[in-house]
Design a binder for this molecule. Structure first.
Ligand code: NAD
Length: 246
């Protein structure tokens, strides 16, 4: 008989940093990037997810993201998203979720202490002026213009290939680890291939901060050997069951 899966023990003294990737939304019906063979809706990623692609054909990029908005809106959070909300409710400010997903499902499930490292499908910003990103649920058939500066094109608030992550997000994660390191610190990566940096480097940073490292993934990813505890399986099935409260 197979041994029972390892369980993560949490208590009121635990600090928990969670990193999620595209696989956490797979059971909600949103395909992972790699499952699509490196293509997004049959487009090479550079065409629809890079500043150069946007400069070359902004209308194509907006059609692509409008379709992704439509599809993401039709999906619902799954038990994996909800399990992270339940853990956050126990731990309060000792919890932080860093997600690479842009689909907004963690927020819709109820996650609050969260950084969306790669942006959010339902926010737009001006490609030209410094207007702050704003909520935008619309599906655009043509390229929308910024009403604030009057000249810039609006673009999805997504971190594209070749762009930098928001330094404020990385600072928030670093500050969390700094506070956590003097107590019991746990780092949990869920459903991420471990290939996209800087998120993929968080496990090493967590180890340097003395963290206990856990991974929940459908298959062993590239950086599997960096984790002390690995639980294989679908996050929507594993996450609700694999933690206990002491
Ligand atoms: P990835 O597609 O590279 O890897 C996903 C990982 O999840 C794989 O290791 C796979 O084995 C695992 N997985 C698949 N289904 C799972 C499940 N049900 N339970 C547990 N594990 C499962 O994704 P990535 O590493 O997150 O990087 C791709 C980038 O593409 C991300 O940075 C993200 O910004 C973007 N993306 C986002 C979404 C989204 O918002 N839902 C979807 C696709 C891509």
């Amino acid at each position: 008989m197979a041994p029972p899966p390892a369980r993560l023990r949490l208590d009121g003294e635990t600090w928990l940093l969670v990193l999620t990737g595209a696989g956490v939304s797979a059971e909600s019906g949103i395909p992972t990037f790699r499952a699509a063979g490196g293509l997004w809706e049959s487009h090479p990623v550079e065409q629809v997810a890079s500043p150069e692609g946007f400069a070359a054909d902004p209308a194509l990029v907006w059609r692509f993201y409008s379709e992704r908005r439509r599809k993401a809106r039709a999906c619902e959070p799954n038990p994996g998203h909800r399990a992270l909300v339940a853990i956050e409710e126990r731990l309060g400010d000792r919890f932080l979720l860093a997600t690479q997903n842009v689909d907004g499902l963690h927020g819709r499930a109820g996650s609050r202490r969260m950084v969306e490292l790669h942006g959010n499908l339902f926010l737009s910003r001006c490609a030209r002026c410094d207007r702050a990103p704003f909520p935008d649920e619309q599906e655009h058939d043509s390229v929308p213009r910024c009403e604030v500066c009057g000249t810039g094109l609006l673009r999805p608030h997504i971190v594209w290939f070749g762009e930098w992550l928001d330094p404020a997000h990385l600072q928030r994660i670093e500050a969390f680890m700094e506070e956590a390191r003097s107590e019991r610190f746990v780092f949990l990566a869920v459903a991420t291939s471990g290939l996209v940096y800087p998120a993929a480097g968080l496990v090493s940073a967590a180890r340097r901060a003395g963290g206990e490292t856990w991974l929940v993934n459908a298959e062993p990813p590239e950086n599997r050997l960096l984790f002390e505890h690995v639980v294989e399986g679908q996050s929507g099935r594993i996450l609700p069951e694999f933690w206990t409260w002491a």
